[in-house]
Design a protein around this ligand. Structure first.
Ligand SMILES: NC(=O)c1ccc[n+]([C@@H]2O[C@H](COP(=O)([O-])OP(=O)(O)OC[C@H]3O[C@@H](n4cnc5c(N)ncnc54)[C@H](O)[C@@H]3O)[C@@H](O)[C@H]2O)c1
Ligand SMILES: O=C(O)C(=O)C[C@@H](O)[C@H](O)[C@H](O)COP(=O)(O)O
Ligand SMILES: [Zn+2]
Length: 369
């Protein structure tokens, strides 16, 4: 990706009192990683956790660079993909940390996409009852969403992210230059979460995406830097107001109630971003059926999802009954009733327990293809 000389870095702060941290965004952030890591931790033992693709693409060189700068870095590599986001992988990684001599002063560097960040962050939160970690996100999805806010965890066969912790990183290093090697499908995945921020919080940002969908898909540096920055600002603002998802933070789950169920039900052949895109259309349709969302706004949501190369219909291979079963494990349930995040307009949400199985079936059956 060619970057203009005038390009500047962005810093977004996540304001959580004594657990506040910065997100550094820009091209070339990785080349200055050592300086930033050392300024927080000095010279300790660092353990870089990465999936096999990211280690080959970036981790090997990063490890060599940091060791060359006098930091002690050892790596732990696990197989790439959502199938690795499980308790067995957590056991393997923690046992490897013991074997490599990690102690309570050690620091974990999570290099990779959302899967790596969620697994490595979870490991950091439980290893010896908690050691610090840094997020180094390498997918668009991880840069705009998963590296920020401290949700860590793994999946169970029963559903997504059912075991985990809230555990904040000490720093996020988002080098937008590394996105150049991302396959289009992975880029699109991240764009689903970007659309989510516009839909739930910022109508102007939504309009920006409508205007710049080609720039997003073509990875235009100014457009990508802006959407990473704006997404992080919105997520940081929401997390600072409600870190542990007592109330407001639930809006970051727009599209996820049905999305997570579709993802798990497809045995992860449908990726997180794709499932969230389908889930946002379904939640938008429920909002419209309930008289909350105007048809025009629903059309804008669906069209943006299509324009950004994301699916909006449920694949015929998905079982609607299984989706209903999986939805019952949603973490937003209270007293056995799942709370849905719906839209009252672009940029405006409402959370309600008044969504029935029939509403869900109707919202997806119209779209099964
Ligand atoms: N914790 C949170 O707040 C949060 C938020 C959103 C999503 N998530 C989770 O994130 C996960 C999805 O993350 P993801 O979409 O990043 O998937 P991922 O981590 O599986 O990465 C996708 C693929 O891209 C590869 N990859 C990573 N960086 C690359 C690069 N620079 N160039 C080429 N290939 C690269 C990976 O090896 C992998 O094969 C899901 O498990 C989801 O539940 C968590
Ligand atoms: O940070 C949050 O809060 C989110 O809900 C962000 C989501 O995009 C993300 O997929 C998250 O992992 C979902 O968490 P869960 O608690 O609903 O499993
Ligand atoms: Zn998500």
């Amino acid at each position: 990706m060619k970057l203009p000389d005038s390009f500047v870095w962005h810093t977004v702060n996540v304001d959580l009192g004594d657990r506040s941290y910065d997100i550094l965004i820009g091209p070339g952030v990785l080349s200055e990683a050592g300086k930033h890591i050392e300024s927080i931790f000095g010279k300790r033992d660092f353990f870089l956790i990465s999936d096999s693709n990211c280690y080959d693409l970036l981790g090997h060189d990063l490890e060599a660079m940091l060791n060359g700068e006098g930091l002690s870095v050892k790596s732990i590599v696990f197989p790439a993909g959502e199938q690795s986001k499980n308790l067995k992988q957590v056991e393997d990684i923690t046992r490897r940390l013991v074997e490599l001599g990690a102690d309570r002063q050690s620091v974990i560097l999570a290099l990779g996409g959302g899967v790596t960040g969620d697994v490595a962050g979870f490991v950091a939160s439980i290893y010896m009852r908690g050691i610090p970690f840094i997020q180094i996100p390498t997918t668009l999805l991880a840069q705009v969403d998963s590296s920020v806010g401290g949700k860590t965890g793994v999946d169970l066969p029963e559903g997504k992210n059912l075991v985990g912790t809230f555990y904040q990183p000490r720093l996020v290093l988002s080098d937008i230059g590394v996105l150049a090697t991302l396959p289009q499908k992975e880029l699109n995945n991240g764009l689903a979460e970007v659309i989510k921020y516009g839909a739930i919080w910022d109508a102007d940002f939504f309009a920006f995406l409508e205007k710049n969908h080609e720039g997003c898909k073509n990875l235009e540096p100014e457009v990508i830097a802006y959407i990473v920055k704006r997404s992080c600002e919105i997520k940081a603002q929401v997390v600072a107001l409600d870190e542990k998802e007592g109330d407001l933070r639930r809006i970051l789950n727009f599209g996820h109630t049905i999305g997570h169920a579709i993802e798990a039900s497809s045995n992860f052949s449908i990726t997180h971003g794709e499932a969230v895109a389908i889930g946002m259309v379904a939640a938008g349709r429920i909002s419209m059926e309930k008289g909350l969302l105007a048809q025009d706004d629903f059309n804008r949501l669906t069209n943006l999802i299509k324009d950004l190369g994301l699916p909006h219909t449920v694949p015929a291979s998905t079982s609607p009954e299984d989706i209903l079963v999986k939805i019952r494990h949603d973490k937003k349930a209270k007293g056995g009733r799942v709370h849905f995040v719906l839209l009252e307009g672009i940029g405006k949400t409402v959370i309600t327990p008044e969504v029935t199985d029939e509403d869900v079936l109707k919202s997806i059956s119209g779209s099964i293809h």
